[in-house]
Design a protein around this ligand. Structure first.
Ligand code: NAD
Length: 373
């Protein structure tokens, strides 16, 4: 029987790592959730016709193009989804907004806070809906962690430690591609943005930062047989003060040898503590300080149907969600926001806020001084 829901036509720009992940997200969300629209993989763009056609066939898009502007000009497309290198997000998003499309864009929204704010303002003026790809916030275990903090279960929150570390740039012979483009931001903008989004999602606004950015690998191959000087940070760290009185520290590194996906946090409150590591994304370690003496210790809470929306994927606990499922949950929130059923879960304004905090950390690192936000 034909699907009677109105169609929401998707135009994807960029078919690399994230392009594929977003496609999984759309395909799964269409089936796992009872969405207000039927999501249609309408058109896909990449740098050349060949790249776009190959991905279009593999991912199941109806049409493909080597010119991303065709996606913007296609009147049938409702949502433009941007999964291209960081420095390209702004131009593509502003063009999509000007054409009246809803826009889904990967993080960092734009490497410079002023650009990200311009994008948020344009979206608000146009009245379209937006979403930034902070998929880790869509984890049912992350939602549980926030509930435990906000309900007072952990008492007064005193301390936060956060890290997003990976090793994909640790090899100095890796040219680095778009990630070492000074216009694209460094490690803190690229992956520290995830860690900061998690910090503010869980604890609320950060009010002051003291940063330290380091370029550890100062020279990389330029891809043309020579070398080039690297300006962007490989490691960024910051001390943080939160509006709720907590203090914290955060680290972003893309040269953390051996680390595949360390998106981790530790939160310590007066009544308990929680620990999380993304490589075990279905688990939350919980310490309850009121357990009787001799019985205290961290226990592991396993994600299950009692942690929505886990149950939409699987009726049994412990069977585990994966990274692509988080994208499906992200898509669900965005599509519901487009239908007016809920506020946007993480819109361009929220994405711009993260870039504002990162810029303050970068400025603080240069000035060797605390910065108020
Ligand atoms: P990638 O290099 O794997 O893919 C980028 C794609 O964009 C490629 O297919 C490339 O050919 C295409 N592209 C480049 N220039 C283009 C142009 N002018 N027109 C059309 N297509 C073009 O990169 P990636 O790892 O998928 O990263 C893409 C974005 O996603 C970045 O902003 C990155 O920061 C973000 N990202 C987010 C997460 C997450 O967990 N949310 C993870 C990785 C990357």
């Amino acid at each position: 029987m034909a699907n009677s829901k109105p169609k929401l036509n998707i135009g994807l720009i960029g078919t690399g790592f994230m392009g594929k992940t977003h496609t999984f997200g759309f395909a799964a969300a269409n089936r796992v959730f009872d969405l207000p629209y039927d999501l249609v993989l309408r058109a896909v763009a990449d740098r050349t016709d060949e790249l776009a056609a190959a991905a279009g066939a593999e991912f199941g898009f109806e049409t493909s193009t080597g010119d991303w502007r065709s996606i913007i000009d296609d009147a049938s497309i409702d949502v433009v989804d941007i999964t291209t290198p960081n420095a390209l997000h702004k131009e593509m998003a502003l063009a999509a907004i000007a054409a009246g499309k809803h826009v889904y864009c990967e993080k960092p929204l734009a490497p410079l806070a002023a650009d990200a704010i311009e994008m948020a303002e344009a979206a608000e003026a146009a009245g379209i809906r937006t979403q930034v790809g902070f998929n880790y916030l869509c984890n049912p275990i992350m939602i549980l962690a926030r509930e435990m903090i906000q309900s007072g279960e952990l008492g007064e929150i005193r301390s936060f430690r956060g890290v997003h570390a990976e090793e994909f740039m640790a090899d100095a012979s890796n040219p680095g591609g778009f990630r070492v483009d000074p216009a694209g931001g460094g490690a803190f903008a690229d992956i520290g943005s995830h860690a900061l989004a998690t910090a503010e999602y869980l604890l609320g606004p950060i009010t002051a930062v003291m940063g330290d950015f380091v370029t550890a690998i100062k020279e990389r191959p330029d891809g043309k047989g020579g070398t080039r000087q690297i300006e962007v940070d490989d490691i960024g760290r910051a001390f943080l003060r939160f509006e709720n009185g907590a203090s914290g520290n955060i680290e972003a590194s893309w040269i953390a040898t051996g680390q595949e996906m360390q998106h981790d946090f530790e939160i310590y409150g007066s009544k308990g503590a929680i620990l999380f590591t993304q490589e075990r994304l279905n688990e939350l370690r919980y310490y309850n300080a009121s357990d009787p003496e001799g019985r205290r210790g961290f226990r592991t809470i396993l994600a299950g149907p009692e942690h929505p929306p886990y149950g939409r994927f699987c009726v049994a606990g412990g069977h585990q969600l994966g990274f692509n499922d988080l994208k499906a949950i992200e898509v669900q929130g965005f599509v519901q926001a487009i239908a007016g059923e809920r506020p946007e879960p993480f819109n361009f304004r929220a994405g711009a806020r993260i870039m504002t905090v990162i810029e303050a950390i970068a400025t603080s690192s240069k000035a060797r001084a605390w910065m108020e936000l």
